[in-house]
Write a new protein. Structure first.
Length: 378
């Protein structure tokens, strides 16, 4: 059944992948509105805020500002679909709170280009805070003190832990937890299809990894540990394969040498789209229950889930739910900016500092064909 559906949808997939690529958001030149244009932003509003995403901020509300804020979401590249997708959710959410957010990526994918973009953005005087997703975190570390002294604009490392050293503050995550969430989704899939999987002595699986992406590999480790604890899975091999083209070729090899494979665990969603093309080619024998799993819930992967349904090969992708991370930003940014306007970098209590450094891990969700309608809009 899966193969028949997949072959029919093969051509449609090609067009879907093209359609799902997010176009880079353009730098907005909207002038900063006067606070009087936002009647809800009253001086005592801080006392009425309920911190849902980050309750620890209650202790730091003395720094809250009700001024309109201009924020820049500076990402490593706008070509990666995760960033336009998250920005599309955050921008209207933040605007409701008086936070105007732009998204920009460097002209070239390099540390030098990103640093140049960061410095020019600060020199413009337009932004009150930078929400940064760097290429190499350590490349930013030597700049932090000087940038603060010169501009008094805080840099918030998004989805990076404090030990990476890429910001004045961190709204971080746990890649390992992302993997654990995906691992549990894989187990749910196996349990939902117990009539088939109970006939197997073991459930063989492989992983695709990027040797250069050590931090992101923790996602794979998290899933592997969950599967190992379950006891029904056997890891055949880990392959160094990253990106659509490499994973298409690698999947051809896997299906030739290990046609018994039941699960392909990928380090990023872009691996999935390549593996999928090899599977649906019809050239290689494979299990009807073979499943593909990745991370970031990109539109390209969700479109495959939506098209193929519960009988499809693409079965799950774990990501930080954008609405939840947006709520955390909505609560945190006015406090960080308010402190900066007083010339202060907040000295968070150690426990609070650590909590902020992993808080996004609480918002991981594995999108699957069962709930794809909640996340994918055609």
């Amino acid at each position: 059944m899966k193969k028949a559906i997949a072959l029919i949808l093969a051509l449609a997939m090609i067009f879907a992948l093209s359609a799902c690529s997010g176009s880079p958001a353009q730098d907005s030149t909207t002038p900063k509105p006067d606070v009087s244009d936002n009647p809800e932003l009253t001086p005592d509003v801080a006392n009425n805020i309920v911190y849902e995403a980050l309750p620890l901020l209650e202790k730091y509300k003395e720094y809250y500002t009700s001024d309109t804020i201009n924020a820049l979401y500076l990402v490593c590249t706008t070509a990666a679909e995760y960033f336009p997708n998250s920005y599309a959710v955050w921008e209207p959410m933040l605007k409701e709170a008086g936070i105007n957010m732009d998204m920009v990526g460097p002209p070239e994918y390099s540390d030098a280009s990103l640093i140049s973009t960061l410095e020019s953005s600060l020199q413009s005087g337009k932004y009150d805070i930078i929400v940064l997703y760097p290429i190499t975190p350590s490349a930013i570390t030597p700049l932090l003190d000087d940038l603060w002294e010169q501009y008094h604009v805080p840099i918030l490392g998004y989805a990076f832990a404090p030990e990476t050293g890429c910001g004045h503050y961190y709204l971080g995550t746990s890649y390992y937890q992302a993997g654990a969430v995906l691992g549990n989704a894989i187990i749910d899939y196996v349990n939902d299809n117990a009539a088939y999987f109970d006939t197997l002595d073991t459930i063989p699986y492989v992983t695709y990894m990027n040797p250069a992406g050590a931090d992101q590999y923790n996602r794979v480790e998290g899933a592997k540990d969950v599967l190992a604890k379950d006891g029904r899975f056997t890891l055949i091999e880990e392959y160094a394969a990253n990106g659509e083209a490499a994973c298409l070729t690698q999947t051809e090899t896997v299906l030739t040498t290990h046609p018994e494979v039941e699960v392909i665990l990928c380090q990023i969603d872009n691996d999935i789209t390549g593996a999928y093309q090899a599977i649906i080619s019809g050239t290689y024998a494979c299990s009807d229950y073979l499943s593909l799993w990745g991370f970031d819930a990109t539109g390209a992967v969700m479109s495959l889930m939506d098209a193929d349904g519960i009988d499809g090969f693409v079965q799950g992708s774990s990501f930080i739910a954008h609405t939840q991370s947006g709520l955390a930003l909505k609560e945190l940014i006015p406090i960080l900016v308010g402190a900066a306007k007083k010339g202060v970098l907040i000295d968070f209590e150690p426990a609070d500092y650590d909590a902020l450094g992993t808080s996004l891990a609480n918002y991981y969700h594995a999108v699957t064909p069962k709930d794809i309608g909640e996340f994918y809009k055609k």
